[in-house]
Ligand binder design. Structure first.
Ligand SMILES: *[C@@H]1O[C@H](CO)[C@@H](O)[C@H](O)[C@H]1NC(C)=O
Ligand SMILES: *[C@@H]1O[C@H](CO)[C@@H](O)[C@H](O)[C@H]1NC(C)=O
Ligand SMILES: *[C@@H]1O[C@H](CO)[C@@H](O)[C@H](O)[C@H]1NC(C)=O
Length: 528
């Protein structure tokens, strides 16, 4: 369909490497299955119906005095206490302050100084409790990003997004867990430990907004805020069966997040966005989080889903990632069929071959002046990293093994400004143009969020490149929404991402709402 889409066969050497890697991953899967043969931990059922409602409905009930904000906050506190021993997703609370703020919200409602309509206009999330990850600043709470060196760092100020949401009445109740320096797709660090998947605690929650994806799936808070530089909202949303939106580049302020990207280019890859059980919450939250930039997104314009141009691609065929799970392919086909039956749409299958180079493009574009090791250790020399790896093996390191390996890996590959680096920058620009030509003003692409369902704990070490499906979209700056599409045979969430052209976030969000209604969206974890 596009002249720039070429089909180059992959070389023999890569094919051999790929086969060896798949064989190692398969053997590893066998041992993980033996090791985790056990059931995993049980999660108590959700007994309070308020936790199952969209945030916008909870807000409406508070405005109408059908429930008080204090009751909603207390319900979240109870739920968090019920689930956290099994899941370890929630790492720090501000419950007392939150209850005080909830009382103030209730007082404002009962004072009658504003009508229900004025409240909806001025403070649309009045009294609604939410959580965010431990790398987005919340005044008075820790801001560790999972790095032991930062275990005593306290945020002096709210991050911009937190300020904006609180200004619209929402109440922050605490922080959720992240991987070390937020740079891996399993949520584990040596301050707070490892977070477990609510659908099966033997599995990962993804990363880096892993604690947030987990707590939303388990209904511990009413909505969540994550951030995404390689899939950190969309992967955990996917592994935990919820919705997550990475906004268009340079729309939501990253100020107040740690680590903050060092260059404008890297900053454009990072997006802070909403994570929710219900698609209908994404748009009003993004509208607030975007601040003055929300004008650029034209979010109030009506989107007729039936008039969109829909494209889909099943796989990136990248050399070092796993093939896409047949259950995910089947789910995508059902979406295509649904759009055809309901709207008489004819979604078009595409094969953008350049996506094969997703990881190489992302890795090169992610190169930073400061080395990864600088952020997690005091000394980032190769010698110090190797020494720390040895300490890790004998159990005396504050760093996780994967973070140390990443620090070592950061010494390889292209260097900023060299020919290879410039080559991949150019590749990125070319790929962006291919997407833009395909998407136009009224197009969306359906694409896997990840090739498999949630792997076992530690298993990502054997499948390091499987996040290529999300990472490439960060380099290209497009908005993308993870949409859950039910559970696999093993009871684990599956889903897809919906990608649109720059600042066309409303198209992703409209498609997410359409598919939420048609496919049932979020499912309560471990429900018999
Ligand atoms: C979790 O996974 C393990 C290992 O695959 C399996 O034996 C167990 O039945 C699963 N538990 C649930 C609740 O599905
Ligand atoms: C990574 O993806 C490949 C297919 O692309 C799959 O075979 C493998 O199981 C995945 N690995 C992990 C750890 O998810
Ligand atoms: C890091 O360690 C190396 C080797 O031990 C040493 O030469 C260097 O001075 C150290 N750098 C810093 C910044 O401490």
């Amino acid at each position: 369909m596009n002249s720039e889409i070429t089909n180059k066969p992959i070389g023999l050497k890569l094919r051999v490497v790929h086969s060896v890697r798949l064989a190692i991953a398969a053997v590893a899967r066998f041992f993980f299955t033996l090791y985790y043969g056990a059931e995993g931990e049980k999660l108590p059922p959700i007994t309070d119906d308020i936790l199952k409602l969209p945030a916008v409905e909870v807000a409406k009930k508070i405005r109408r005095k059908e429930i008080s904000s204090v009751e909603v906050v207390e319900t979240c506190i109870r739920r968090i206490r019920d689930i956290n021993s099994a899941l370890n997703c929630f790492v720090e609370d501000r419950f007392n302050l939150a209850l005080k703020e909830a009382k103030e919200a209730d007082d404002l409602v009962s004072s009658g100084t504003k009508t229900e309509q004025q409240l909806a206009q001025d403070v649309p999330f009045l009294g609604v409790p939410f959580t965010t990850k431990d790398c987005i600043g919340v005044k008075g709470l820790h801001l560790t990003a999972g790095v032991v060196l930062r275990k005593d760092v306290i945020a002096e100020e709210d991050a911009d997004v937190i300020k904006l949401l609180r200004h619209k009445g929402a109440i922050i109740i605490g922080l959720t867990n992240v991987p070390e320096l937020c740079m891996w797709w399993e949520t584990h660090n040596h301050i707070h430990g490892r977070t477990n998947n609510p659908y099966n605690t033997t599995r990962i929650v993804g990363g880096s907004s892993g604690g947030e994806g987990c707590i939303q799936a388990a209904a511990g808070s009413i909505f969540g805020i994550g951030s995404d530089i390689g899939g950190s909202i969309r992967m955990p949303a996917y592994f935990n069966g919820i919705f997550g939106h990475k906004p268009s580049r340079n729309i939501v302020s990253n100020s107040g997040q740690y680590p903050i990207p060092q260059t404008e280019l890297l900053n454009s890859f990072l997006g802070i966005g909403p994570m929710t059980r219900h698609a209908v919450d994404l748009k009003p939250l993004l509208n607030i989080m975007a601040g003055d930039n929300s004008k650029k997104l034209n979010l109030d314009a009506k989107v007729d889903v039936g008039k969109l141009k829909v494209y889909y691609q099943f796989s990136n065929d990248a050399p070092l990632t796993d093939p896409v799970d047949p259950e995910i392919i089947a789910a995508m086909k059902k979406v295509v069929e649904f759009l055809n039956v309901k709207h008489q749409m004819k979604p078009v299958e595409i094969k953008i071959q350049q996506l094969r180079q997703s990881i190489a493009i992302w890795l090169a574009n992610m190169k930073n002046e400061k080395k990864f090791g600088y952020f997690i250790m005091k000394n980032d020399s190769i010698y110090s990293i190797c020494k720390e790896i040895f300490k890790n093996i004998i159990g005396c390191s504050g760093n996780t093994l994967i973070a140390l390996v990443t620090a070592l890996f950061d010494y390889s590959g292209p260097k900023i400004g060299d020919d290879k680096y410039n080559h991949f920058l150019k590749k990125r620009d070319e790929l962006e143009q291919v997407f833009k030509d395909t998407l136009g003003d009224d197009g969306v692409i359906l694409y896997p969020t990840h090739p498999t369902t949630a792997p076992y704990h530690n298993e990502p070490l054997f499948r390091p490149m499987n996040f290529s499906y999300t990472a490439i979209i960060n380099c290209l700056g497009f908005p993308s929404t993870t949409v859950p599409l039910g559970l696999s045979r093993d009871g684990l969430p599956i889903g897809i991402q919906v990608i649109a052209n720059h600042n066309n976030d409303r198209l992703c969000l409209a498609m997410a709402e359409e598919l939420d209604a048609a496919f049932g969206g979020w499912r309560e974890p471990q429900k018999a």
